[in-house]
Ligand binder design. Structure first.
Ligand code: HEC
Length: 324
């Protein structure tokens, strides 16, 4: 009832000047507040309080395309609240773009990397985008549980617990990591970050290991995410380097990718591994995704091919049960 009244009022009175701000005031401010920061629940009777759209943390997290889709098709199409109406029938595509750009402009801090640079997670190449995520990874008989947490616009902390199911000790070890987004550019669709991983001598890890890394992502053309990482391993001195590189193609909810990992130890043979993989967006909201692939050693010590897979949940985007 409330929604239809708002919609009727909005669509029956076309904006005098079609600027994003004017359209916003007419169509959206009753629920999202004059400043985009929401309206007290008692005034709107919304079941789910409307999000604070002026908050950089929220507005930078998703690409413009996602917000355009939510405004065009309504909250329900993305597994969000039915209270978020769809404007696709009454508003033109341009008007929706203007109003979304106006909303995005309410975040004025350029330090937050935009969601357009949050490329699908690859198996090897550490993502440059800072994340709020829980990831479960399986590589052959090894499993890892990863917890990633953003701090402020550019920083991310990470904790990993590893297990191995091969008949030996189950506890594989732990790793702590930090990542910092050095640079990003929306017009160039590029992002670069640095980080450090620290693995103590615990479980199956015989020696302390320190691994500084540099990670890079780009998306030429907007549909071919390319990601790369260079990592050095320090274990009682410099032990070697690893170069990971992958490229994919976005096809709707699917992103087939091909990744290569080249291990260059200081002593011993080098190793090249290829991993064709398929990333899939599982939830309509896009906060739950999975990937499955196969790791094929192509050069270096002979090893069997093994299955690699992960499932991830972006917990800042929505509850695990929401967004389907
Ligand atoms: C009738 C109330 C109502 C109106 C009018 C309304 N919204 Fe919403 N909107 C909501 C609610 C409630 C949510 C939260 C949905 C959820 O989290 O499940 C929402 C969510 C959103 C989101 C998603 C935020 C996120 O977390 O990613 C965007 C973007 C948005 N609204 C934009 C708009 C724009 C732009 C307009 C005007 C063209 C508008 N809304 C009008 C109620 C409304």
């Amino acid at each position: 009832m409330f929604v239809s009244v708002v919609l009727f009022a909005a669509l029956a009175n076309p904006a005098p000047a079609d600027t994003g701000a004017v359209l916003y005031a007419k169509w959206c401010s009753s629920c999202h507040g004059a400043d985009g920061r929401g309206v007290s629940k008692t005034m709107t009777r919304l079941e789910v309080p409307a999000a604070d759209l002026a908050n950089c943390r929220i507005s930078s997290a998703e690409p413009e395309e996602q917000w355009t889709g939510i405004v065009r098709d309504g909250g329900e199409a993305y597994g969000l609240s039915l209270d978020m109406p769809s404007f696709g029938d009454g508003a033109s595509a341009d008007q929706i773009t203007w109003v979304v750009r106006y909303l995005k402009s309410l975040c004025t801090d350029p330090a937050w990397p935009p969601g357009e640079l949050n490329f699908p997670r690859a198996v090897y190449s550490e993502k440059a985008f800072p994340e709020n995520e829980v990831v479960l990874v399986a590589e052959g008989r090894e499993q890892s549980l990863i917890y990633e947490r953003r701090i402020g616009p550019r920083f991310q902390l990470e904790g990993v617990v590893r297990t191995v199911l091969d008949g030996g000790d189950v506890f594989g070890g732990i790793t702590a990591a930090a990542k910092y987004n050095l640079w990003h550019s929306l017009p160039r669709l590029m992002i670069a970050s640095v980080g450090l991983e620290l693995t103590p001598a615990l479980g199956r890890q015989a020696e302390w290991e320190i691994e500084p890394f540099l990670s890079f992502g780009a998306n030429p053309g907007g549909v071919t995410p390319v990601q790369a990482e260079v990592l050095a391993t320090i274990e009682d001195g410099f032990a070697g380097a690893t170069v990971n590189f992958g490229a994919g193609r976005e096809i709707g909810r699917f992103v087939p990718m091909l990744e290569a990992s080249w291990a260059i130890p200081r002593v011993g043979p080098q190793e090249l591994t290829l991993a064709p993989q398929l990333w899939v967006q599982l939830s309509r909201l896009g906060h739950v995704a999975a990937s499955i692939g196969i790791e094929v050693p192509v050069a270096g010590p002979s090893r069997d091919a093994r299955l690699v897979a992960f499932v991830l949940w972006d917990f800042a985007d929505g509850a695990l049960t929401a967004g389907w």
